[in-house]
Design a binder for this molecule. Structure first.
Ligand code: ADX
Length: 182
């Protein structure tokens, strides 16, 4: 676990990247609850939620995903600059997506690789999307018919198919600077 620079005095952006079904939202929800208990200031920015409104005009081509990530990162930056701990959950499949988000957000950006084997996400398939994608019903589906480039040097690497979700949240909590002093 790498330490986040102590200069990050304001907000923080946890950017969860990983396959659909890898556990991004589950982790974000649990971390949100833990942070609330500690009277911190968590706020969630989620792919499915944004796509239901702010990013309704976007699909899943590479170009649309680029724009989806750009908007999300700009929103995260605004919120982090106001002191929120922002929990962003986006597949963000390409290195260029994550690099853009990092460039927009700046030094408060923490890339979290939510790592789960595709065989396991297919087994979990919480939304039934993998089954449909495997039948060829969803084009450009990440992990099946569209690429996911694994982060090579994420700030945090959580293997959700090997360690428990509670343990993952502990790792995330320890990465927050000055925890407990707020
Ligand atoms: S991203 O690639 O632009 O970062 P985002 O995280 O916003 O994706 O949205 C992913 C969610 O959209 C998935 O969890 C899934 O519910 C849904 N989805 C629908 N179509 C696709 C697709 N072709 N590829 C991936 N996810 C899809």
């Amino acid at each position: 676990v790498s330490e986040i620079p102590a200069t990050t005095s304001l907000g923080l952006v946890f950017w969860f990247t990983g396959l659909s079904g890898a556990g991004k939202s589950t982790l974000s929800d649990l971390l949100r609850d833990r942070l609330r208990q500690e009277s911190r200031n968590p706020i969630q920015v989620d792919g499915d939620a944004l796509r239901g409104g702010l990013c309704k005009d976007l699909g899943f081509t590479q170009q649309d995903r680029d724009e989806n990530i750009r908007r999300a990162a700009e929103l995260a930056k605004l919120l982090a600059n106001q002191g929120f701990i922002v929990l962003c959950t986006f597949i963000s499949p390409l290195k260029q997506n994550r690099d853009l988000a990092r460039t927009i957000v700046g030094e408060s950006f923490v890339e979290v690789f939510v790592d789960c084997r595709v065989q396991e996400t297919i087994r979990r398939d919480p939304k039934g999307l993998y089954a449909r994608a495997l039948r060829g019903e969803i084009p450009n589906f990440t992990g099946i018919s569209a690429p996911y480039e694994e982060p090579e040097t994420p700030d945090l690497h959580l293997r959700t198919d090997e360690i428990g979700i509670v343990e993952c949240v502990e790792v995330l909590l320890t990465a927050i600077p000055s925890r407990g002093s707020k």
